[in-house]
Design a binder for this molecule. Structure first.
Ligand SMILES: [Zn+2]
Length: 314
């Protein structure tokens, strides 16, 4: 953050910045705070924007004329080239503040065509243009985009600190440690689980489907169950479970996530598959996640995922 402040103060904003960190670590919050600081006309030194000037108010209301936020039309959908064309047009206009700012999140959601269009503008940015990209999986962005951006990595905060922050939110439904494990140690995800009954219910359903996958003698009940789930939340949890199982085979101990599942079922599942097959399943699950935005029939997708677990080691 100090680095960002220095850039603002020196009026040396990079034309491209790539903010990298896992989901739910607060990239969006940090970037919005940074954009507000840039937009603020009253802030003196340091990072804190005044909150009152026209720049701050416009930013907070989402109506600042020189700041454009680009997100998928629906969560999990792609960002198409038309949106990037609008970005190019936006950046070509003149500005009265320090810069015209564009924030794209998640940058991985851009299609290849959209990314190529963005690359052109990163190669020859109009004067006073700044593009901030947020990505949880920067490796899936074209290397040409990555190399054109200054990179800022957001670290995962210390678990004790996060635990203390979440503790006041814990109620009867779900403990802080479970919320953290279930949200894959993402502080904002854990907060949502503690605060929002729908998020907690989604976790319980996801866990039930994973448990069924561990226990079921046949794939069909699992397919039926999975077809009602949102793969965007379920697949990362599946990956986490596969990682727990791999770690169990390597160390004989269960980690925080593995402990959320019945031990006998998880042990049997891990021993039956073995380390190599678990590693393979893990890799394939990353591919399933990358394919999520494509238009494959959801029912077919669920079937092919679940059936893969009944097709051992070929
Ligand atoms: Zn201000």
């Amino acid at each position: 953050m100090a680095r960002l402040v220095a850039l603002v103060q020196a009026r040396e904003l990079p034309s491209g910045m790539l903010v990298v960190g896992p989901h739910g670590v607060g990239k969006g919050l940090l970037i919005r705070a940074f954009l507000q600081r840039v937009a603020c006309t009253e802030a003196q030194t340091g990072m804190v924007p005044c909150g009152n000037c026209n720049g701050c108010r416009g930013m907070l209301a989402g109506s600042h004329p020189e700041i454009l936020e680009v997100v998928p039309e629906e969560p999990g959908k792609e960002i198409l080239i038309e949106r990037i064309r609008a970005v190019i047009e936006f950046l070509s206009l003149s500005h009265s503040g320090p810069a015209r700012l564009v924030f794209i999140e998640p940058a991985e959601a851009m299609t290849i065509n959209a990314a190529n269009a963005l690359l052109k503008i990163l190669e020859e940015p109009p004067q006073g243009a700044m593009i901030v990209l947020a990505a949880a999986r920067p490796a899936s962005l074209p290397p040409t985009i990555r190399s054109r951006c200054q990179r800022l990595r957001i670290p995962v905060p210390d678990p004790d600190q996060v635990h203390g922050w979440l503790l006041p939110l814990a109620g009867e439904g779900i403990a802080v440690s479970e919320a953290l494990a279930a949200s894959l140690n993402r502080p904002l995800g854990a907060r949502a689980l503690l605060e929002d009954p729908a998020a907690a219910e989604n976790w319980h359903q996801d866990r039930e489907t994973l448990e069924l996958l561990l226990r079921s003698a046949s794939p069909f009940p699992v397919v039926e169950h999975l077809a009602r789930r949102d793969l965007a939340s379920w697949l990362p949890r599946l990956q986490r479970l596969l990682a727990s199982a791999q770690q169990f085979l390597a160390t004989g101990a269960w980690d925080d996530f593995g402990r959320l599942f019945p031990r006998d079922a998880l042990e049997r599942f891990s021993l039956q598959r073995g380390a190599r097959e678990l590693a393979r399943l893990f890799q394939e699950s990353l591919q399933w996640q990358r394919e999520l935005p494509s238009s494959l029939n959801p029912q077919l997708r669920c079937e092919s995922i679940v059936l893969r677990f009944w097709r051992h080691g070929d």
